[in-house]
Design a protein around this ligand. Structure first.
Ligand SMILES: [Zn+2]
Length: 233
């Protein structure tokens, strides 16, 4: 049955097209690494903290220097021994207060230095993670783009082959075939393999197999209704 031959050819092209189009759809919908965005946000946070810390440390150092200068000046004045006992006591009290405040600032600076010591390697680790993820992603993107281009090319070629294949099938078959694309999952023609219907898998009766072998009939599977095709001669 020659027209069954042509219909089977068209069906094979369409089924292949369907697979490729689904592959393409899946590939296009794939999202890049979501961990990268997270790592980038983490890096940005840590770098921001580092920048702030550096600025604060510089401010504290300047403040400490100002206190040191005041302390030196006051100490010089006191050593010079000018003024009375009351004035001296006031200066001593001011000196104590300056030293106390300077001590507090130095403690704070020390805490900042400790945080800095921990933060710098943390930033390095996250920087490395981000770089690695960026490299991986760009490699993946390259591979993905190649795969997409290949699939598009294959789809275009199949579509080119489909046109003459569809034109060679009789109008009557074509109408049935279009209906079958929904009802029979795109298979109107079932290839007979190992005495079974290639559409539903049922074991075919011996008389059907006999007719298929000896004649060239248009037979339908009694189970699924597909046309039974014995393959290319
Ligand atoms: Zn069947």
């Amino acid at each position: 049955m020659e027209s069954l031959d042509r219909l089977f050819k068209l069906q094979t092209i369409d089924l292949e097209l369907q697979v490729k189009q689904e592959q393409l759809k899946r590939l296009m919908a794939e999202h890049p690494d979501p961990g990268l965005e997270e790592a980038q946000a983490c890096l940005s946070n840590k770098e921001g903290e580092l920048q702030l810390l550096r600025r604060d440390m510089k401010d504290r150092e300047l403040e400490i220097e100002t206190y040191s200068e005041k302390i030196r000046k006051l100490t010089r004045e006191m050593n010079a021994g000018r003024g009375g006992a009351k004035e001296l006591m006031e200066k001593q009290s001011e000196l104590d207060s300056l030293k106390h405040r300077k001590g507090e600032l130095e403690d704070r600076l020390l805490e900042m230095m400790e945080r800095m010591e921990a933060l710098v390697p943390e930033v390095t680790v996250v920087q490395h993670d981000v770089r690695q993820r960026q490299q991986d992603q760009s490699l993946q993107q390259d591979g993905r783009q190649q795969e997409i281009a290949l699939l598009k090319d294959e789809i275009a070629k199949l579509q080119e082959r489909r046109e003459p294949a569809a034109a060679s099938v009789s109008q009557e078959f074509l109408v049935q075939y279009e209906d079958a694309r929904i009802l029979l999952l795109g298979k109107l023609v079932a290839l007979v393999q190992r005495d079974r219907c290639g559409g539903c898998g049922i074991q075919l009766a011996s008389r059907i197999l006999y007719v298929l072998r000896t004649e060239d009939p248009l037979l339908q599977c009694e189970n699924c209704g597909r046309y039974l095709y014995k393959g290319c001669p």
